[in-house]
Design a protein around this ligand. Sequence first.
Ligand code: CR6
Length: 835
Amino acid sequence: VEASIPQPLRETWRKLAAAEFTGKEQFQKEVVRHVETTLARSIYNCDDNAAYSGTALAIRDNLVIKWNKTQQHQTLQDQKRVYYLSLEFLMGRTLDNAMLNTGLKDTAREGVSELGFRIEDIIDQEHDAALGNGGLGRLAACFLDSLATLNYPAWGYGLRYRYGIFKQEIINGFQAEVPDYWLDFNPWEFPRHDVAIDIMFYGTVNPGPRDDRGNIKKVWEGGEIVQAIAYDVPIPGYGTACTNNLRLWSSKPSGGEFDFGKFNSGDYEGSIRDQQRAETISAVLYPNDNIDAGKELRLKQQYFWVAASLHDIVRRFKKSHRPWKEFPDQVAIQLNDTHPTLAIVELQRIFIDIENMPWDEAWSIVTRTFGYTNHTVLPEALEKWSVPLVQNLLPRHLQIIYDINLFFLQSVERKFPKDRDLLRRVSVVEEGTPQVLRMAYLAIIGSHKVNGVAELHSDLIKATIFKDFVDIFGTDKFTNVTNGITPRRWLHQANPKLSDLIASKVGGYDFLKDLTKLNVLEKFVGDKTFKKEWMEIKLAAKVKLAKYIKDTTQIAVNPHSLFDIQVKRIHEYKRQQMNIFGVIYRYLRLKEMTPEERKKQVPRTSIFGGKAAPGYWMAKTIIRLITAVGEVVNQDEEINGLLKVIFIEDYNVSKAEIIVPASDISEHISTAGTEASGTSNMKFVLNGGLIIGTCDGANIEITREIGEENIFLLGNLAEHVEDLRHQHRFGKDVVMDPKLREVCDAIEAGRFGPEQTYSGLIASLTIGFDYYLVSDDFSSYVATQDLVDEAYKDQDGWATKSITSVARMGFFSADRAINEYADEIWNVEPTKFPA
Ligand code: CR6
C-alpha cells in the first residue's frame, strides 16, 4: 500500500497505461523494437534465436498486461483462492502455448514470416522449463493451465531450480547425465526483489516470556538465515483474459549474514563459501521419480519453499483484516504429494508462536485449510524423515510435530481404547534406529481431504497403506480425483492438424474448453473421407517422428510400420524390461521364419524413451539392454524392415509433443496396483493412438470410457498380485515361463553384448523373487501383442477404434479434474471476468 501511486496522480497513470498490441503490423513493430532495443541487435545479426527472443518478448508484453489486470481483478473480487504447492512444475516450452492460449498464433506466424522467419523454427529455439521428473510435475503444469482456463483464482508455489532435470545422453549405449542449466535467457519469469523473505534453519528453542494465558512461550532463535526471492511466471488461460501466477522461490544469502570473524582473519574465500551455501538450496531438482532418498538438502528445500509460501499467503490474508477463523474461507492449500507436508506444521507454528493463538483454535483452522493428494503406494517412494535430521534443522517444528502426534494418538485412544498396536501403527513417529517421521500420516492428520489420483489407486490407499486412517477418520475424508491432461497442449498444440480436423466436425474449437464435446465425433466413424483424413494425419505425425529419429540417430524407420511407443521414466514397476523382452522374443521368432512367413508379418518400430534416476542401477541396465537390442536388430539384414528398435535420447515435454501424436500403440504395462494413474496413457489415446496395457491406474477408467473393444489389456489383476508375490518367495518348484526363459537364454548367450551386463536384471526375475511379476505376465503380454498385429492388418477397423476412442476421451480433461477439486475439496468459485 505504501508503494502505490497517490490517488490524485492515478488518472495520469491510467491515461498512460500500457496497452496490448493488436494485429500483425503492431506485433511486428514490437518484435523489431525488442530485437533492436531490448536485445541490442540489428538486421545484420538477427538469427532464429534473436527472432525467438523478440517474438517471446512481444507476446510477453500482452501476457503481462492481462496478468496485471487479472491480479488486480482477483484482489478486488476478494474471493477464496487456491494455492497449489508443488515441488515440481514440468512446464516445457511456453511461447507456443502462450500464443495459442491468447489467440495470437496466426498473427505471429504471418508476422514473423514476413520478417523472414518460420514460426516453427522460432518455437524450436526455446529451452524446456524442466522443473520436474515426470507425471507428478507435468500434472501440476496441466492443472495450472486448467485453473487459468476455468478462471479460478489460483497460485502455484514452487522452487526456481537453477538446474532442472538433467539432460540424458546415451554414450556407448549407456545413460550419462549432463546438468541442465536453463536460465541463460528466460523471458517468462519476473524477479520480485521486493518480495524477499528470511527463512531460518537450525538454531535452538528457548523458553521465552509468558503469553496472555500465562504459559511460557517457546522461542526458536539463533539459526542460519537464508533469503527467499520470488520469481513470478504468468500462466495464461485458453480463450480467457484470466492469467494466473506461478511463484517460484530462489534462495540467496541473507543481507545481514556476513562473517566478520572470517573477514578479519583474511578468510575472504571462506566467507563467500558460506554465502554460496545459501544458493545451493534452490540449485538443483532432485532427479528421482517415485524414490525417496532422504537427503538433508532436500528437507531444506522443502522447508525453504513451504515457509516462504506460507509467509506470503498469511501476509495476503492479513491485508484483508479478517478474523483468523475466516482463514479457511479465503485460503485453500493443496499439497501435491507429501513434499510440502511441513506447511501444516509451519502454519500451526505461525498461529501459536507468532500470532499467539490457542492450540485447538489454530489446529482447527489448519486442518480446514489443507488438502493432500497422494500419488503412490510404492513403499520406496513414501517420505520418511529421520528424527535427528529434523531435530537439528527444524527443532521447533519437531516439537510441534510431537504435539500434533500426541493429540492425535490421544483421540485415537479415546475412540479405540487399549489398542496399543493401532497406536503404534498410526503414529507419525515410526520406531527404529533412528526414529523416522511418516510424512504421509502427518499429511492425512493435518488435512480435511485426502485424495488418490485414479479410482483403483484411491481404493487401494483406503484398503492398504491408509486403512487404519479410514477407520479413525471415516471414509468421507478419503476421495478420488482421477487425473487429467490439458487438451490445449496435448491436442491443439501438439497435434494442430488433428485439432483442426476435429473442429471441422464438432462445430469449432469449443471442445478445447469442454472436452466432452468430442463425443460428436462418433457420428463420423462411418464417414470414409473423414476416416481417410484421420489416418493421413496419423501418418503425417509418424513421418515427422521418423524424420526426427533419422536426424538424431541416423536410423531410418518405416513410417508405415506399426509404431509401438513406451516413453516415461525408466522404472522396474513400469516394466520397460517386459517390453524389451517382448521385442527380443519377436526377434527370435522372426529369425526362425522362412521368407514366406516373414512376408505375412506386420513391420514394427519399437520406440523407447525416458530417464533413469542417476543412482538407479537397474533402470540403467534396462536402458543398456534396449540400446544393445537396437544395435543388433537394426543392422540385421535378414529381418530388415520388420523390426526396428529405437531409444530416443533425453525424453522431455517438447519431445513428447512430437512423439505423442505419432503412436499406433503405446505401452502402459505396469504391474497391476503400482502405477497410481499414469497420464501419458490419456495423451496417447487423445491423439488417436491405441493402448496396450495392464488393469492399472487410469487404464481402467480409460477402458470403461472408450470400451473394452478399443484397448488391448493384458496381465494379472491387482487383487492377485500379493498372492503371486508370495508364491515367488515361498512357493516350491517355480519354473519360469518358457518364452521368457528363451529370452533370458538369448541374453545370457551374449547375443546382446557381454552377459555380465545383464546379470542383475536376469537375477531380479529369479533369485530376486520377480517382485514386479514379469514372468507371470509375459505370456499374456506376448499373446496380446499378437492381437495387436492382427488388429493392425485391418486398417479400417483400426481407424474405427482410433476415432471412437478419441470421441470418448472427454472425461480425461484436466478441466474436469480441476472442477472436481474446486467443488469437493477447495470450495472455490471461478472469478467473473468482463468479456
Ligand atoms: N511418478 C505416479 O507414479 C501419476 C503421477 C501423477 C506419480 C503416476 O502414476 O500419474 O504421480 N507419482 O499423479 C509420484 O510422483 C509420487 C508419478 O508421476
